[in-house]
Ligand binder design. Sequence first.
Ligand SMILES: Cc1ncc(COP(=O)(O)O)c(C=O)c1O
Length: 385
Amino acid sequence: MIYFDNSATTKIDPAVLATYDQVAQNIWGNPSSLHKMGDRAYQLLTSSRKQIASLLGAKQDEIFFTSGGTESNNTAIKGTAIQKREFGKHIITSSVEHASVANAFNALENLGYRVTRLPVDKEGRVNVNDLRNALDTDTTLVSIMGVNNEIGTIQPIEAISDLLTNYPTIQFHVDNVQALGKNIWPRVFTPRVDLSSLSAHKFHAPRGIGILYKKEGKMLSPLHDGGGQEKGLRSGTENLPAIAAMAKAMRLVLTDEADKANHEAAIKRKIVDYLQDKPGIKIFSPVSDDFTPHILCFALEGIRGETLVHTLEEHDIYTSTTSACASTKTDEASTLVSMHVDDKIATSAIRLSFDESNTIEEADEFIAVFDKIYQHFAKINHLGE
Ligand SMILES: Cc1ncc(COP(=O)(O)O)c(C=O)c1O
C-alpha cells in the first residue's frame, strides 16, 4: 500500500495514540473540577499548552484549543468580523482558500460584510500590491493561507506582514493547517500574524482537535457560549486526551524537521523528474522554495481526476483529486480555477501528498504503475506524435 494522501489526513503515530490512551484511562477528571482529579487534568492541560506554545514560538496564553482547522478558521474570521463590526465591515481573503475560510467569508458576505477576494497568479500566489490596493479604512481583517492545500503554493506571508505593519488595527489571520512540520514555519508565522489555525490530524495526531493561535491583546468574539473554558473564547469541556496527544505529535513532527522536509522534497523531485516534459502532463507544483515539499498536483489531460485516483487505487496507491485540484464548482472555487487553468485540465488534476514515512522506493513504485497507465493512454490518444 502506498499512501500519498497526507494532506487529507495522516496516520496516527502509535506513540501519540499511546498518549491518548493513557490520558483517557488515567487522567479523566474535568480540568474545571475543584478536586484533585480535576487539578491533575488541569496540570496536564497547562503543560500541554506550554509545550505547544514553546514549539510554535508563542506564549502559553496565546494558544487556544479547538476541534480542528475548520473551527479555528471560523473563530478567527467570524470572531474578528463580529468583534470589529463597529469599526468597519470590509474583510479581505484570497480566492484560493480552503472551504472553511472561503465559506466563512461567504457567510459574512450574506450578513452584509464587504468581501474582497484577492486574485492569484499562475502559481496560485497572491500579489502584495493587490492587497495594498484593496485595503481601506473599513478593513478589519485579512485572512491568507500559509500553504495552499491543493497545489502547495507558499503564500508571501512575510511580505504581507511587512505591508500590514503599517495597519496595526487590521487583524491578520493565517490558515497554517498545511504548513506545520515543513521547515517553513518562520515564513508563515511572522511576528505580525495575529491569528493562526492548526489541525492535529495533519501531523499524526487524532482528528477533531486543533489550535487557534491568538496574539496577546487581540480581541475575538467567541462563537461558542457556555462555561467559559479557554478564557471564554471556546466554551466546552476540553478534549484532554486529544490535546495531550497533539502536544506529543507536534514535538515528534518538529524533531529533525529539516531532514524530513528534505526527504519529502526528494520524493517529490523524483516524481516531478519523471512527469516533466511528458506530452499531456501539466505540473502545478514545481520543485521550488516557493512551494511546500509535500504536495504535488498535476494533470494528465483527458483523464478525469476521479478516474485516475480510482485507477491508482486498484494498485493500492491512495491519492486525491481534493475537492480541489479538480473541482469547478463555483462555491468551492478551486485553486486551479482561480489560476485560470483550462477547465478540461483542471478536472484532470490529482494531488499526491507525502510525509516523512513515505519512501523513495514508493516513489519508484508509483512511477512504474503510473507509467503503465500513461503509456496506454498516450498510445490511444496519440500523445507526442
Ligand atoms: C488549508 C486547510 N485549512 C483547513 C482545513 C480544515 O481542517 P480540519 O479538517 O481540521 O477541520 C484543511 C483540511 O484539509 C486544510 O487543508
